[in-house]
Design a protein around this ligand. Structure first.
Ligand code: ZN
Length: 442
């Protein structure tokens, strides 16, 4: 069977199940650590071999591999059997804005309530975290026979809530409130008293230890986050929308993963890079501003025994798609977007432009992306911020300082970015899988 028809067949077999698959992925990925674990699992099922950064790599033409950093970032790549002109890379991020529990999280109020001491991770919409069932998940570090190891934990039941103040106690409640993360946002996790009237100080660590299969004393470190327990669902009169936590950016990460494992590349090394810490500026060892991508590229180079000259030629021939969700026109506030360069749910992949280059898109890379969309038969839209609004940043231009190649910034249109519950279009996910499949198959 020819490559194109094989790819089309693979796609047809998967079409229709993407939304259910995305819901499953997001519902089971309460933190960046769980998202990466779920990506690892899917890669393993697709025949990708795990590489460790601390061990020598043996890579070969025709092979499929992946590597993690910090349990929260993953890079997967497929090396075609015949030739490799360059790299075709899609980048996305595993993290979402949320609350992180402080190292000593327990607070008590008037010897009755037990609360958790939290701080902001990223730029979230604070009010959306109120009055929802919440839980905690993340990872703990314990000492194993060969040194410190990490274990993922997820309490996986409704254990906390951040209650609003009743309208009767604040008549100005609907006139706009400034929330203080230190005093307004600590979640209520239970009562202190207990049956015998004693404070249960071991409660929090005991919960984590039980999930990790260790004793509370064995836990030496923790990265624990609050998460929204609401599940993803379809929305709208004709179910034309999807809603759920962490659509930014697990929706793009999922689409790219599906395309990567479905594609059968012939001429380019295909890669998926899912970084952590995009929501806090990417400047960590597992973020887009780290050496992670550069390190992996350089190890592929030595694994394939390419000369520096051959490697530099390949980089110049490479292309990166930075895929991070985009703002759709808000139904109640259409004035927040540019007059013309704006996007709507279900109307296709958003190509993002920024005069000051916070998005890496330029004439060349936009043309490549439009050509990919046309070949895939999927619609695309354009986005630019209003000229009087600063807007956000993303992965593309940060990555380019580490390893430079032609890059386009794109995303799927969504509403309520950085809310605890976001909304996107039901059609757009498939558009992105189709376009990335074309990209990876070129
Ligand atoms: Zn994002």
């Amino acid at each position: 069977m020819k490559r194109d028809s094989k790819n089309k067949k693979n796609l047809q077999e998967n079409t229709g199940s993407y939304i259910e698959g995305l819901f499953d992925f997001i519902d089971n990925s309460p933190t960046c650590f769980h998202a990466v674990e779920n990506i690892n699992r899917e890669l393993e099922q697709a025949g990708y071999q795990r590489l460790l950064e601390k061990c020598p790599w043996k890579i070969a033409e025709g092979g499929k591999y992946y590597v993690n950093r910090n349990d929260s970032a993953v890079i997967a790549f497929t090396i075609p059997a015949k030739e490799h002109k360059g790299f075709h890379i899609v980048a996305a991020h595993s993290d979402s804005p949320c609350f992180k529990l402080k190292e000593l999280p327990e607070l008590t109020v008037e010897e009755h309530y037990l609360k958790w001491n939290v701080e902001k991770y990223g730029g979230m919409i604070l009010s959306t975290w109120l009055d929802r069932p919440l839980s905690v998940a993340g990872r703990v570090a314990v000492k194993g026979p060969d040194g410190i190891v990490t274990k993922l934990v997820n309490i996986d039941r409704n254990v906390a809530v951040i209650p609003n103040v009743a309208i009767h106690m604040n008549r100005d409640m609907n006139k706009g409130i400034e929330y203080n993360p230190q005093t307004d946002m600590p979640p209520l996790a239970g009562s202190v008293g207990g049956k015998d009237g004693k404070a249960d100080k071991a409660g929090y660590l005991s919960l984590l230890a039980e999930k990790a299969g260790v004793t509370p004393d064995e836990i030496l470190g923790q990265d624990i986050f609050l998460y929204n327990r609401d599940k993803c669902s379809r929305l709208g009169l004709e179910e034309e929308y999807i809603g759920g936590p962490r659509l930014d950016d697990l929706e793009c990460a999922y689409a790219a993963l599906k395309a990567l494992v479905t594609a059968e590349p012939e001429s380019y090394i295909t890669m998926l890079a899912v970084f952590d810490n995009e929501e806090v500026g990417s400047g960590t060892k597992q973020g887009a501003d780290s050496s992670f991508l550069r390190d992996v590229l350089s190890r592929i180079r030595s694994g394939l025994q390419l000369t520096e000259e051959e490697y530099q030629c390949m980089l110049a021939e490479s292309f990166l798609i930075s895929a991070d969700n985009a703002h759709a026109v808000h139904p109640n506030h259409p004035e927040k977007t540019d007059a013309v360069n704006k996007s709507y749910l279900n109307e296709g992949i958003v190509i993002k432009y920024h005069g000051s280059q916070r998005y890496a898109t330029d004439a060349y890379s936009a043309a490549v992306m439009k050509d990919i969309c046309r070949e895939a038969g999927v619609p695309y839209q354009t986005y630019a911020n209003r000229s009087d609004i600063a807007g956000g940043s993303t992965l593309g231009n940060i990555l380019m300082a580490q390893v430079s190649m032609n890059t386009v910034d794109i995303g799927l249109p969504q509403l309520a970015m950085h809310s605890a519950y976001e909304t996107a279009g039901a059609k757009d996910l498939e558009y992105l899988v189709k376009a990335l499949l074309v990209f990876y198959s070129r």
